[in-house]
Design a protein around this ligand. Structure first.
Ligand SMILES: [Zn+2]
Length: 473
């Protein structure tokens, strides 16, 4: 009782005129019920270890007790979930999501959010801001819409939206006023504009993250406090042996030939030393540059969960790559080399102990929300990262990033008393094989249990909707 009261007092107060309303941080339904996972193996993700034979109690959206089953009392009336033979770990995070801009319908948004939950993803960071997303954040936080917790970046600061320092400063002020959690950076920003934007973002207490503009460069971006470097391009560009390659047009094919991977380790150490996070988004580039055809990619099972129009758009994009590759002087050898260099850079970051987060850029080309993250993990594994490094980048690191960088409630990403109950229950140990992350017995979002059967039913509804529109078209 006392714990619940303290929690209530910690909840943010919203003052409306003279009326003070307690904003519930979790759905009321979750507050009213308690759940206990019994006899489960816990992967707490506070280190590479497991705790067997545990009972984990969830009340009011948070973990309130955890310990050997013999010593933890399950509250009267709690829903019991049999954890025998199963593994309980923190939910994963998609830290480079593009929640659609424009005016998506509530149903479209609900479907996307459901795809995340269905895939064990309990946190997303939106990197394509739109004003409606402020309301969406609230809908998700209150439980009015089932979905992950949502941190939203502002609409992108780039060469077009911020052609000069004054425009950049105005954009940053607007981002703060609207209530976004961070600023998203895209290419095209000059160094002068960058420096002005950085001064304003720091004054406003906003962090900045994303694609490193060429005119700024990854070294200057790190020195001036970029929070996350998304995609590894900035590192590759900084590893070019001879910048004369840019003078002759800077075609990607030529740039690739000029990349010197012996520079990767020093850049990776710089990321670690500056505490700069990395969101590698490997899988998208694999789809851009691998040898798979549009038809092969469109045949992947997860394509059933997005609209046929979206899949057709992706197929056209993939077919269009041939021409783009020709213009960029990309040969099959250079494409393969490019993907290998990206993997090598990711491995260098992991080896240096540079902080990593998980993200995919979904729903860009063939990146189905939720499913793409699991494809991303497979690429990270192929790049030589250990399962633990990969799991950590999607769990514990996310809580740390939110706490230390965004300066917000990051009480998640590990399984421990006091943490939000953002959890995944698996049928098998993901450390033995990351594929096991897809063998879900259920997902818990801030205390709300979403069972395997509820997940299956929700997925089937989404699949059927798209199948019907496929028939109709
Ligand atoms: Zn993006």
């Amino acid at each position: 009782m006392l714990a619940r009261l303290t929690r209530a007092l910690r909840a943010p107060l919203l003052t409306l005129g003279t009326l003070t309303v307690l904003v519930h941080p979790a759905p009321l339904r979750a507050q009213a019920t308690s759940t206990a996972f019994t006899d489960v193996t816990v992967l707490p993700m506070d280190g590479d270890r497991q705790l067997t034979g545990q009972t984990v109690v969830v009340e009011g959206g948070r973990i309130t007790a955890m310990g050997p089953s013999a010593s933890v009392r399950v509250p009267v009336g709690a829903t019991r979930i049999d954890g025998r033979g199963k593994f309980l770990m923190p939910g994963l995070a998609e830290m480079h999501a593009h929640v659609p801009p424009g005016n998506p319908t509530q149903q479209q948004l609900a479907d996307i959010m459901f795809l995340y939950v269905a895939n064990g993803i309990t946190t997303i960071r939106g990197m394509l801001g739109a004003p409606y997303q402020i309301q969406l954040k609230e809908q998700l936080a209150s439980g009015a819409m089932l979905g992950p917790r949502f941190f939203a970046a502002a609409p992108s600061l780039n060469g077009t939206s911020a052609p000069n320092p004054a425009a950049a400063v105005a954009l940053v002020r607007q981002a703060k006023l609207t209530g976004y959690d961070l600023v998203k950076i895209h290419p095209g920003v000059s160094r002068e504009t960058w420096d002005a934007a950085v001064a304003e973002m720091q004054a406003q207490g906003l962090t900045y993250a994303g694609h490193v503009p060429m005119g700024v460069g990854v070294v200057h971006a790190m020195r001036t406090g970029i929070a996350t470097i998304d995609h590894v391009d900035g590192y590759l560009e900084a590893s070019v042996r001879d910048s004369a390659v840019y003078a002759s047009g800077g075609q990607l094919g030529d740039v690739i030939d000029a990349i010197d991977p012996s520079r990767f380790a020093a850049l990776a150490r710089m990321s670690r030393d500056h505490g700069v996070w990395n969101v590698p988004t490997m899988y998208l580039w694999e789809n851009f540059y691998n040898d798979r055809t549009a038809e092969e990619l469109a045949a992947l099972p997860e394509m059933a969960y997005v609209s046929p129009q979206q899949v057709n758009g992706w197929m056209n994009q993939k077919r269009g790559r041939a021409l783009a590759d020709e213009n960029q002087r990309m040969t099959p050898e250079r494409r393969a080399r490019y993907l290998a260099l990206r993997r090598e850079m990711l491995k260098a970051l992991a080896d240096a102990g540079a902080p990593l987060l998980m993200g995919t850029d979904s729903p860009q080309m063939f990146n189905v929300p939720g499913y793409a993250l699991h494809r991303e993990l497979a690429v990270a594994r192929a790049a030589g990262l250990t399962p633990y490094q990969i799991l950590e980048s999607g769990t514990r690191n996310v809580g740390r990033y939110v706490r230390e960088s965004l300066k917000q409630d990051g009480d998640f990403g590990t399984v421990a008393v006091g943490q939000w109950a953002d959890l995944v229950l698996l049928e098998a140990d993901p450390r033995a094989d990351l594929e096991h992350l897809t063998k879900r017995a259920g997902v818990m979002v801030r205390g709300r249990w979403v069972s395997a059967s509820e997940i299956a039913a929700g997925l089937e509804r989404i699949r059927a909707t798209h199948a019907a529109s496929r028939q109709g078209s």
